[in-house]
Every structure is written in structure tokens, then in C-alpha cells.
Ligand binder design. Structure first.
Ligand code: SF4
Ligand code: SF4
Length: 320
């Protein structure tokens, strides 16, 4: 795989600093019940990397000391970390809003029958990946049978009240383009998704988050192999919108890897760029428990243009 960081380091992206931190995003490990072609962490059933109990305790201490409003967990399939239920129920009892980045097929995996009920009991916001409403496209990206399994899992979440008006149980879906183009306008695509998934499968959900593809990891490597890297970077730069800069997700979030090291966002984590001005040595979460991060510089490179292009892109979808 081509490492795209050397192509991104020399950047003219504007310097940015953190505002008040409100979200801690934590990668609980790379274990996943499926292995998608596009997976940016190379997760799969044979991966052994999982956050250990000491780091889980540290996450809880950090949430408490820093008065963090939202815990956003990702993976792999975060539910496959053996400490998942302990972490999430402990954080819920502290009044923290919980977000689970769910691969819906885990709900049907033998041994994980508890997942759907547990998500609802803890009133977690669910952000589920479903890269298309067409079976062929989803199965091509994620593997045979994944679409059908995802649909059954989403129905189960609907049965528990997820995505239904008045329940407060939020079910949001995530879309990113298959190739080197910007996502279509979020509101129009959301309406399409709602119509298709509603009419064909009776599925309801709250919002669709559209994300731009980042020129990193497997997607970046494919761009390099096909000679499309420079064109895609130009597309992102040409679509730069300054008003998105205020709201890029790193302004209010930090991202912790499965070993407890801290990055300015998930993309920087995938590029092994430590938190703060780059390059510098990596920083562990334990060093930041009592640290005020407001006003501190954020490590940037050319991939940051992926967050500011067009309608903007973040882990919560479009920025405007
Ligand atoms: S479901 Fe998500 S974490 Fe698992 S392999 Fe696919 S993209 Fe990676
Ligand atoms: S890639 Fe990360 S650091 Fe760069 S603007 Fe986006 S969220 Fe911020």
C-alpha cells in the first residue's frame, strides 16, 4: 500500500487551534466480524488489537476530569471489545452522551445477540455504516450478504424504537462516495435514502451523514496507483470553503487509539500524526488528564482539505 503522508505533509492549509473540548472519540480496537475492502483501519475477524482495561479506566477518568459531554466509540466493531459494556454503562452513569459507530451486521453475529438491547438500554446514539441503499453496491464493498444482514439489523433497531419519532433513540446512517468525487448534497441524498429504505424495507432513521473520502490509507493508495491523487487533491482544494474551517471536528474533539495515544482526529490517527503541531513525539491520554487543550494547535496536512471541501465533512456529516 502507498503511504500518502509524504504527499500531504507540505501543506498550505490554514493553521487551526482547538476550542473547548466536548467529545472524546475512542477506537476500541481493530477486531471486526467482517473485513470490508475499503476499511481504513484494516479491521477484521483475526485482528488482536483491543484497548485494555487500564486504558478503559483512563478514558473514564478523562471523561470525568475534563467534563466531556460525548463519548464516541469506534473500531473495528467496538462491541467486540470485552470491556465495551463496562465502559459504556459507566460513562452513561456519569451522564455522558454515548455514540456507537455500528457496523449493523454485528447485531446478527453469534455471541452478540445482546448488542441491540444494550444500545437501547443505555440510550446510545447509533451511527450505522450503510454506504448505499443498493444491495449490489454494499455487498461489493463489504462482502456478500452484508446488505441483507444490515437491513435485518436496522429493522431490529427500529423495533426497539430507534429512528422512530418521540423515542429519543437516534439512528443515523453514514454515506461516503465510492470513487474520487465529492459527496452529493446531504439533504437530497438523505431524502433518497429515506424513500428507498422506507418504501422497500420499511426502515426509518433520523439523519444521513455524508462524508468526503480522505486521500489517506487504502483510498489514498488507490488514488496513487491509478494516477488520480493530484487530481483528487485539486478537487478538494478547489472546493475549499473558509466558513467550514470554524467547525471542522478537531476543534472540539480528540481521538484516542486502542493503545491510549492521542490524535487531533480519526484521520490523523490513521496517518499516525500525534496530537498538536506536527511532527512531535506521540502523547498518551494519561498525560492530558489535567491538561487544558483549549487554544492548543492542531496537527494539519493537506488531507485537511477533505474536511473543508464543499458542504464540509465531519464524523457528524456535512458542516453546513
Ligand atoms: S465494518 Fe467497519 S470496521 Fe469493520 S471491516 Fe468494515 S469498515 Fe472496517
Ligand atoms: S483532517 Fe482532522 S485535523 Fe484536519 S481539519 Fe479534518 S478534523 Fe481537523
Amino acid at each position: 500500500m502507498h503511504d500518502t503522508l509524504p504527499l500531504l505533509e507540505l501543506t498550505d492549509f490554514p493553521p487551526i487551534r482547538r476550542k473547548t473540548l466536548d467529545t472524546l472519540q475512542v477506537n476500541l480496537g481493530y477486531l471486526c466480524n467482517i473485513a470490508c475492502l475499503h476499511c481504513h483501519v484494516g479491521a477484521g475477524p483475526r485482528r488482536k488489537e483491543l484497548m485494555d482495561r487500564d486504558n478503559i479506566e483512563l478514558v473514564l477518568e478523562f471523561l470525568d476530569r475534563q467534563n466531556i459531554k460525548t463519548l464516541d466509540v469506534t473500531g473495528g466493531s467496538p462491541e467486540m471489545n470485552p470491556h465495551f459494556r463496562y465502559l459504556m454503562s459507566s460513562a452513561a452513569s456519569m451522564g455522558v452522551h454515548l455514540m456507537d459507530r455500528l457496523n449493523p451486521t454485528i447485531i446478527e453475529e453469534p455471541g452478540y445477540e445482546w448488542v441491540a438491547d444494550f444500545l437501547a438500554e443505555q440510550r446510545m446514539e447509533v451511527v450505522a455504516s450503510l454506504p448505499c441503499y443498493s444491495e449490489d453496491n454494499v455487498d461489493a464493498q463489504r462482502g456478500d450478504g452484508v446488505f441483507e444482514s444490515s437491513i435485518r439489523a436496522l429493522r431490529k433497531l427500529n423495533d426497539l424504537g430507534y429512528g422512530k419519532p418521540g423515542t429519543g433513540l437516534e439512528l443515523n446512517l453514514v454515506y461516503n462516495p465510492l470513487g474520487p468525487s465529492l459527496p452529493p448534497p446531504q439533504a437530497a441524498l438523505e431524502a433518497d435514502y429515506k424513500q428507498h429504505l422506507g418504501d422497500e424495507f420499511g426502515i426509518e432513521f433520523n439523519q444521513l451523514f455524508t462524508l468526503a473520502n480522505m486521500p489517506i490509507q487504502r483510498f489514498g493508495s488507490v488514488l496513487v496507483s491509478k494516477g488520480q491523487f493530484d487530481d483528487y487533491m485539486q478537487l478538494l482544494k478547489d472546493a475549499y470553503r473558509r466558513d467550514n474551517l470554524e467547525n471542522v471536528m478537531c476543534r472540539t474533539l480528540i481521538s484516542v487509539d486502542w493503545q491510549g495515544y492521542v490524535h487531533d482526529c480519526d484521520f490523523n490517527q490513521m496517518l499516525s500524526m500525534p496530537i498538536g503541531a506536527y511532527p512531535k513525539p506521540r502523547t498518551h491520554l494519561r498525560e492530558l488528564v489535567n491538561e487544558d487543550l483549549k487554544g492548543k494547535p492542531i496537527a494539519i496536512a493537506d488531507h485537511c482539505y477533505g474536511c473543508t471541501a464543499g458542504q464540509g465533512s465531519s464524523c457528524g456529516g456535512a458542516l453546513n
